[in-house]
Design a protein around this ligand. Structure first.
Ligand SMILES: *Cc1c(COP(=O)(O)O)cnc(C)c1O
Length: 430
């Protein structure tokens, strides 16, 4: 008679409530319905009361219709591939939003005619790297390498040092990527030592180009030798330099990290790089260098299969023209400032009874480049049990567990997010 399950509100009735009507508008009817159904079955199972169904469903509505969530990167790894590499600057986010509807990406509003796709981003790139006679943008650096192989070495040889046969990550290897185009890899030298003579002896009528790959995620030290781009430029074949990280100019605190301008000045015919590593922009592959080679790549049929969308072009242009992106801020922040933020945060948490202390820590650039570089940093140290609770929080916080403590490294946290971080840790404490 008095079965409480009979008081569970009906789906139709809930869907007609203004709050759910609005949610249906924002998130889609199906998604809202599935959230309601889940809350109803929890009430049926006795986990919540029938009166709590509506509130429960409202609380369970996701912020967006997509499943990707914003995360606070407290790992101390500046370019964290699993966390989406470079976070976009707010200028780049605004540009993405502005371009997300119909936009003049390939249209001249003055003449009403078709215009060069992504001309704003290309012009920004060309202005930043005046040593490049031509610039092109593709889906990522792997796509840039594919395009070089397809356009410059079809059925021919790519000469590469055995010390530079790099696995990028997730099982993907640059030599296999290149060989998948039908080009033949002509390996020269040894793991630790390769000289310009090794290259010279391998070069012949079958050579498409010489490829120099920056070992961006490992280091070979000890008895080593490599040929510089300047030496290779004297050989009579195109030299392509894969610099990985996307630095356009030398960076004073990363002296060993190659940059596009220096490589072009040293004589590289083409430089390829990622957009979402140290450049701090969206996922993209930058191709910079000799104007006619770039034009040849741009005109290759496969270029269409590797092209970037309007959102990428918008974000890239704003990254290049706008204020320094978060990756730069994380890289350039003074240790003292990072330490002061950690102390402030740990102090205010400790005052609320949290077992929080400040420790010095070592941040890293990440798989995105500079494998040996250590960035002096500071972290809030918490009991290790926090790691899992923080990942489950909203927004999720990803730290790292070291010596039985959960460290939240502040170098990779935007100072504007410190207060949010404090709140999340507090919530995970009660
Ligand atoms: C990261 C990297 C790549 C792959 O770049 P994606 O933009 O991820 O495709 C290729 N080469 C080097 C040297 C790299 O560091």
């Amino acid at each position: 008679m008095d079965d409480p399950r009979r008081r569970i509100p009906r789906t139709d009735a809930l869907l007609a409530e203004p709050r759910f009507v609005k949610a249906g508008h924002d998130l889609g009817h199906e998604l809202v319905k599935s959230v309601i159904v889940t809350a109803q079955s929890r009430a049926r199972a006795g986990e919540i009361s029938p009166e709590e169904v509506a509130e429960e469903a409202l609380a369970a509505l996701p912020a967006t219709a997509g499943s990707l969530r914003p995360v606070l990167n407290a790992t101390g790894v500046v370019v964290h591939t699993n966390l989406g590499r470079a976070p976009l600057s707010s200028a780049a986010r605004d540009a993405v939003l502005a371009a997300s509807g119909n936009t003049d990406v390939e249209f001249d509003l003055a003449t009403g005619q078709r215009a060069r796709r992504g001309r704003g981003a290309l012009a920004a790139l060309a202005e930043k790297v005046p040593d490049a006679g031509g610039v092109h943008v593709v889906n990522n650096n792997a796509a840039a390498l594919l395009l070089c192989a397809l356009a410059l070495a079809p059925g021919r040889e790519i000469v590469i040092s055995r010390g530079e046969l790099v696995e990028i990550g997730d099982g993907f290897r640059i030599p296999e990527l290149l060989a998948s185009t039908g080009a033949v890899l002509r390996e020269v030298g040894t793991t630790n030592r390769t000289t310009s003579r090794d290259y010279a002896e391998a070069i012949g009528a079958d050579t498409g180009f010489v490829l120099k790959v920056h070992p961006s995620n490992f280091r070979v030290t000890g008895f080593t030798a490599e040929a510089s781009v300047a030496e290779l430029a004297r050989l009579d074949v195109p030299v392509v330099a894969d610099i990985g990280s996307g630095l356009l100019h030398p960076h004073s605190s990363l002296p060993e990290e190659p940059d596009a301008t220096s490589m072009l000045r040293a004589g590289a015919d083409l430089v390829v790089a990622s957009g979402d590593k140290l450049l701090g922009g969206p996922q993209a592959g930058l191709v910079l260098g000799d104007r006619s080679l770039v034009e040849h790549l741009r005109r290759h049929p496969a270029a269409r299969g590797l092209r970037v969308d309007k959102l990428t072009l918008a974000a890239l242009e704003a990254t290049l023209r706008g204020p320094a992106p978060p990756v730069r801020a994380a890289l350039d922040a003074e240790y003292a400032g990072v330490r002061a933020r950690a102390e402030h945060l740990a102090g205010s948490l400790a005052a609320r009874g949290v077992d929080a202390t400040t420790v010095d820590s070592s941040a890293a650039i990440g798989g995105g480049g500079a494998p040996g570089a250590v960035l002096e940093s500071a972290s809030v140290s918490l009991p290790s049990g926090y790691a899992e609770r923080l990942r489950a929080a909203d927004p999720p916080v990803v730290g790292r567990v070291e010596d039985g403590r959960c460290l939240l490294d502040l170098r990779t946290i935007d100072p504007g997010d410190d207060e949010c971080l404090r709140e999340v840790v507090s919530r995970c404490t009660s």
